[in-house]
Design a binder for this molecule. Structure first.
Ligand SMILES: Cc1ncc(COP(=O)(O)O)c(C=O)c1O
Length: 375
């Protein structure tokens, strides 16, 4: 048995759509991109969407479109994939990291308030594992101070806010970014998208995606800003559109697996899960289990390799951003800077959860975790 922590599910119907496009005239960006973007708008409730080549490209473009002055600061969670703060650096902003709430792994809003200074022009909340941040509170903190909000929803396509609206509607943010990497809710191989309700940001991102080109009065592509090639291909877009139709079904299965794990470890006081996720509209992107290895007398690496020997491949999301050498060297961060995030890192293990997972696999994983965690 070989069970990974996450896995895509591309069906024959997705493959057929892609094959049809591969036989057509458009194998790079063509007419199917706009269709995918429209489908994402309909799904999320946003007015505009720009599909791009990755979630990282989505973050880069979203922040670029805001045209924030160089040297300003952006605040984000210390517990995120490095692409989130990196996208600030690409845009000439200083990334300011913020500790997490240890119970739900989301940016700690009290600490966020402490990070805000005159130079702060951007906040990027990350809906970690699919659980949404408190956007009402974040909007309160940011709006009155003229701070832009970009939601990093790489984990949260299909998640719902407490009011039932879908992530990506941008009711309480300027822009929202998504990733379609294979372990995400839907995949296009590599891919990403940005949603917004602001037409001028949308137009800027369309240009930035394609070298900063805008058609001039003679219909010729003229470069007006320094852009990039962040185009998605048509065959990726049709896979995305086809996958999107199945997304709610995928999330339903994810939720059932998550509930299975939660109830399965009910009697294990040293094991816990993301607080509030079960009661929320989370898309259950990943299943992070917290195990107090120290109190249990276990070595985390040995535990991980014990599972690996049984064919169970876990992952750790993530090494705290401030621990990465690049962030220590360039921004002066040090071990001990964010205690909640460091404590989380000691305990966190992402265990297998993906829509194609069988009941037998779920039971196998849960049984081995129990066997190896009892001392
Ligand atoms: C929170 C977060 N932001 C951004 C990204 C970047 O997405 P991509 O891998 O599609 O570039 C990821 C991808 O794992 C992510 O988890």
């Amino acid at each position: 048995m070989k069970i990974g922590y996450g896995r895509h599910w591309i069906g024959e119907e997705d493959i057929k759509e892609a094959a049809d496009v591969l036989r057509s005239d458009f194998v790079s960006q063509g007419p199917r991109i706009e269709e995918f973007e429209k489908a994402l708008c309909e799904y999320t409730g946003a007015r505009f969407c720009v599909a791009v080549s990755s979630g990282t490209a989505a973050l880069h473009l979203a922040i670029a479109a805001l045209e924030i002055s160089l040297g300003s600061e952006g605040v984000t969670s210390d517990m995120t994939f490095i692409a989130t703060p990196n996208a600030m650096i690409y845009n000439g902003l200083k990334p300011v990291l913020c500790d997490i709430d240890p119970s739900n792994f989301l940016i700690d809003l009290n600490r966020l308030k402490e990070k805000i200074r005159r130079e702060t022009k951007l906040v990027v909340p990350v809906h970690f594992a699919g659980l949404t941040c408190d956007m009402e509170e974040i909007e309160d903190i940011a709006r009155s101070r003229g701070i832009y909000i970009v939601e990093d929803a790489a984990h949260a396509l299909g998640s719902r806010y407490p009011d039932g609206k879908r992530v990506g509607c941008c009711d309480r943010s300027d822009l929202t970014t998504f990733s379609f990497h294979p372990v995400k809710a839907i995949t296009t191989g590599e891919g990403g998208a940005v949603t917004t309700n602001d037409e001028s940001l949308y137009r800027k991102m369309l240009a930035l995606r394609n070298h900063g080109f805008v058609k001039n009065s003679s219909g010729v592509n003229e470069m007006r800003t320094l852009g990039f090639n962040y185009r998605m291909t048509d065959f990726q877009a049709v896979i995305g559109e086809s996958q999107l139709k199945k997304l709610d079904g995928f999330i339903e299965i994810r939720r059932n697996i998550a509930e299975f794990y939660i109830s399965s470890f009910n009697d294990f006081p040293l094991i816990s899960f993301q607080k509030g996720a079960k009661e929320s509209g989370s898309s259950w992107h990943i299943m992070v289990m917290l195990l107090d290895f120290e109190r249990n007398g276990l070595d985390k690496n040995e535990f991980i390799s014990g599972l690996r020997q049984k064919g169970i491949f876990t992952q750790v999301h993530y090494l705290p951003v401030h621990i990465h050498e690049y962030y220590r060297k360039n921004f002066g961060y040090r071990q001990g800077d964010f205690l909640a995030s460091e404590e989380y890192y000691k305990k966190a293990l992402t265990i297998p959860l993906y829509p194609k997972m069988t009941k037998e696999e779920m039971e196998y994983v849960s049984a081995w975790i129990k066997t190896l965690s009892v001392r």
